[in-house]
Design a protein around this ligand. Structure first.
Ligand code: GAP
Length: 514
């Protein structure tokens, strides 16, 4: 098993042991790729949502938020193209009986070649030291030039096959690249087939007949069909945005890697409506703004990178992902798409109702273009978990597991701990706790030795612990322990609320963002 697999397993078991995430229906042996958020998971999720919602809706005068229904008229999905084109090209290995996305197998192969290029560059940089000229090396080193040529050729073949829907060409590419199943190690592949990802269910009609209805695979369409409602009721002027946070459902064939790919998940999406012709400007704006939002958390700039799409979705004229360095490597965390006027135009056509905006400045009616930012809340959650987890050896030889969750996102902000369970300390600690809990999510704990209580808080990522001791009773001061440095300082009880909220509130993140 690779170190990456080991790390992912560690995160999964830590999440379960400390109440972040439980496998769903566990007492019935579980339901594959379905998870429940526990008591700390829900708090962390709430904080991520708050950071996103406030950064979008509160910080922009021209962005509002809505909450549309999961069920929509079935024609919505015909118009959006999901009935006909929301497919994954799948291929099975006949020996392992495992199913894969054909394009993902090819992309993983490309990634391996990229890693070879990366290694050559690293080796050369070491060899040449300060004199190293990367551009010159990459354009002249025969091995690197050959790898780049291979990548380009594979990408071209894949793009052509995907765009023309030529599934045989896709299979041929997998065979030509001699891609083997990572489990069986064989190249005994079936043909590639398309598989629609929408969940269908039935809605009982008045006459007793049932009609097919879909669980939404994205929140975005709920925004499009409300575009004019919001624009008119809110007297919104272009450019403006509409946000949503909500569940989405996809019948993913290969749902795995913990909460990275699930069949029921949550999205935080924003559709930004702009003048036709101005979409590329806004696309660049949001591409940069969203990266800034991620990096603002301070988990490490190197954990993020852009990936421009080779194959554009049926609705896009430009698209990229913000990728995060997950335990299984760099993978998509968020998508930024320039969706043109595809969706609104299609809804106008299928509904027969005009989806146009009157631009008073131009004295003109038009269907706006849309730039979308779409992030998976669960993936965002996983990125925070994996960047935060650390096993540490301390200077006194002991060990601890600490979740270095950004303080503003941490589920519990502060733990209130009486040093000992006597001499009036628990009573004083409870008094402080009851006052603090009106301001921030906090916890009272008086079980076990103080060291063990610190470890428990470290393991759920609590950024601050305060200890109530004899001095507290005498002088109204407490020790404030910071999670990452483990440094302690003495502060007055009257300053506690302001100190802790200053360090842990989402407002602080938002201020840094503006
Ligand atoms: N409205 C556009 C849209 O839905 P997407 O790239 O398919 O775009 C947006 O999805 C985000 O939703 C992804 O970047 C990812 O974070 C998340 N996501 C997509 N499928 C997911 C799944 N099966 N499980 C968890 N998150 C998923």
């Amino acid at each position: 098993m690779s170190a990456q697999d080991d790390f992912l397993k560690t995160i999964i078991s830590h999440s379960k042991e400390y109440g972040f995430i439980f496998p769903s229906s566990e007492i019935y042996d579980g339901l594959s790729a379905t998870y429940d958020y526990g008591q700390y998971g829900k708090e962390l999720k709430n904080n991520i949502e708050e950071y996103w919602w406030k950064s979008m809706v509160r910080m922009h005068d021209n962005i509002v938020g809505i909450d549309s229904a999961i069920f929509m008229h079935p024609t919505v999905w015909k118009a959006s193209g999901h009935v006909d084109a929301f497919n994954d090209p799948l291929i099975d290995n006949k020996d392992s009986k495992k199913r894969y996305r054909a394009d993902v197998l090819i992309e993983e192969h490309i990634e391996k070649i990229r890693n070879k290029v990366h290694k050559e560059v690293e080796k050369a940089a070491k060899r040449f030291g300060d004199a190293f000229n990367m551009n010159q090396f990459r354009s002249t080193n025969p091995r690197v030039v050959e790898y780049d040529r291979q990548i380009e050729e594979i990408e071209n073949r894949m793009r052509q096959a995907l765009e023309s829907g030529d599934l045989q060409a896709l299979k041929q590419l997998i065979l030509d690249l001699e891609i083997a199943d990572p489990i069986s190690g064989t190249r005994n592949w079936t043909d590639v087939r398309q598989f629609n990802l929408m969940f269908a269910t039935e809605l009982g009609s008045v006459s007793g007949e049932a009609s097919v209805i879909y669980l939404r695979p994205e929140t975005a369409q709920g925004t499009y069909i409300n575009f004019l409602n919001v624009q008119r009721s809110g007297r919104m002027k272009i450019p403006f945005g509409i946000c949503q946070i909500g569940k989405a459902f996809r019948n993913e064939i290969i749902a795995r890697q913990f909460i990275f790919r699930m069949r029921e998940f949550e999205q935080m999406e924003m559709q930004f409506f702009v003048r036709p012709g101005e979409e590329m400007e806004w696309y660049s704006y949001w591409k940069e703004a969203r990266m800034k939002w991620h990096r603002n958390l301070g988990m490490g700039d190197g954990l993020y990178r852009y990936h421009d799409h080779i194959k554009l979705a049926h609705y896009a004229n430009a698209a990229c992902d913000i990728e995060f360095d997950f335990p299984m490597g760099f993978k998509e965390l968020e998508g930024i798409h320039s969706r043109t006027d595809f969706d609104l135009k299609a809804h106008e056509k299928y509904s027969g109702r005009k989806q146009q905006y009157f631009d008073a400045e131009l004295n003109q009616n038009y269907i706006p273009y849309v730039v979308e930012t779409a992030i998976g809340l669960d993936r965002m959650f996983m990125s925070v978990l994996s960047a935060s987890y650390a096993d540490e050896k301390l200077s006194d030889g002991s060990e601890r597991t600490v979740m270095r969750i950004p303080a503003q996102l941490a589920p519990v902000k502060i733990a209130v701990l009486p040093l000992v369970k006597k001499d009036g300390m628990p009573e004083k600690a409870l008094e402080v706790y009851h006052k603090l809990k009106l301001e921030v999510n906090c916890q009272y704990d008086d079980k076990d030795a103080i060291g063990r209580r610190y470890r428990r808080q470290d393991a759920i990522g609590t950024p601050y612990c305060i200890t109530i001791d004899q001095e507290t009773l005498d002088k109204q001061t407490v020790t404030l322990r910071e999670r990452d440095s483990m440094q302690q300082e003495r502060i007055g009880i009257e300053n506690l609320v302001s100190t802790v909220t200053e360090k842990t509130s989402i407002t602080k993140l938002l201020t840094k963002l503006s």
